[in-house]
Ligand binder design. Sequence first.
Ligand SMILES: [Zn+2]
Length: 82
Amino acid sequence: MDMVADVKCYHCGWISGRVAGRKGAPQHLWAFEARDGSSTPIVPGKRLHCARCNGPTFAEDLRSRLLAEPLGAVPVRTAVAA
Ligand SMILES: [Zn+2]
């Protein structure tokens, strides 16, 4: 099953794109899909950084690609003042 997860910034919350790959496949067979539509292979041991602030990122909301919205529709999540 093809899976995707958002790549979100720890510092600013920006979603730079998403990682995509087959469930159970080794990390090097997964790819990073940027918001601009470009795709690059994941390099084991090399971290992805935020496209906005260069901060550290994490993968969030792992889901089937069938349930994922088109890449251009990745929601922009912004901080909400309390
Ligand atoms: Zn950031």
